[in-house]
Design a protein around this ligand. Structure first.
Ligand SMILES: [Zn+2]
Length: 132
């Protein structure tokens, strides 16, 4: 019954839910822009709303203001391909995100951005280095 109370509370407070949702999106990438890796300050629609893109988690990615503003009303996959900071691993991550496979997207982003260190990654990198 407490669960029902919580759902009811969220229905009463859509703004609160929206804020939580936005936070959770940024958390997926560790608050970094999915396109360039800088600090994410906004939520970007991969497929713009003007082209029928929905405000769902699959279509909404964390982006810095620069990328979000520059991309404007374009389809992110086309726009991203033309950027100087284009990275095929990030492009794959965006595609995976769009497919709703956030786990794969996050793994691809970690691969593209080895500086964002978790202990596990460092260990893996070292062992790969040794093997090479
Ligand atoms: Zn960016």
């Amino acid at each position: 019954m407490h669960i029902n109370d919580a759902v009811f509370l969220e229905d009463l407070c859509p703004k609160f839910r929206l804020r939580q949702w936005r936070k959770s999106i940024h958390r997926f990438t560790g608050k970094s822009c999915i396109y360039c890796g800088k600090a994410s300050e906004s939520i970007d629609h991969v497929i713009p709303q003007s082209q029928g893109g929905l405000s769902t988690t699959e279509n909404c990615v964390p982006a810095c203001l620069s990328c979000n503003g520059d991309k404007s009303d374009e389809n992110a996959l086309y726009w991203y391909r033309r950027q100087k900071f284009y990275d095929p691993r990030r492009a794959m991550a965006i595609r995976a995100w769009l497919d709703g496979d956030l786990r794969l997207a996050i793994r691809l982003l970690q691969w593209a951005n080895p500086n964002s260190r978790t202990k596990k990654n460092n260990e893996k990198d070292r062992s790969e280095y040794r093997a090479a």
